[in-house]
Design a protein around this ligand. Sequence first.
Ligand code: F6P
Length: 195
Amino acid sequence: PRSIWLSRHGESEFNLEGKIGGDAPLSARGEMYAKKLPDLVRESVGDDRPLTVWTSTLRRTIATARFLPESYNQLQWKALDELDSGVCDCLTYQEISELYPEDFAARDNDKYNYRYRGGESYRDVVIRLEPIIMELERSENILIVTHQAVLRCIYAYFMKKSQADSPWMAVPLHTLIKLTPRAYGTQEERYDAKI
Ligand code: F6P
């Protein structure tokens, strides 16, 4: 049966600094993940199975996918870019809580519906992912390298979990997730790159 592979990008410089959003390059550990990803994918996908790789348009996902075999088609989707944090882009959570205390509390109260000033909510992301989901439903084997918030939404869709709870879901870095839709539900396997 067909499967969908999901991964966050490798650790970025912003992940290290605790800053959200932005378009930072990979950290040294993130680079290690990018170099390990081809082996991880080969182990899970097999050698002779074709795979299409989708990334966002941001540097950290493209860099994470750049060592994958050239035989894999690669496509960049703006719809896979990280949740737009508007005026809070490139800030730390500490800075956001100081500069926009009311927003910080509002987000904590209703993370799914909270929309950053000049940015997006999780609900907005779910809507912009609709074309991606439709394309995924009618595609063969796809590997998606994307961002934490986007991955939570895609994961919740395939695992039939509540979208409203998905903003709190833990999605580890440096882990490849394989989802295989079956009649009785979606089967999941995880491959930890141990970085
Ligand atoms: O910190 C990494 C990151 O992907 C940010 O770019 C993004 O804003 C955030 O995670 C999303 O997670 P949360 O919705 O929990 O703040």
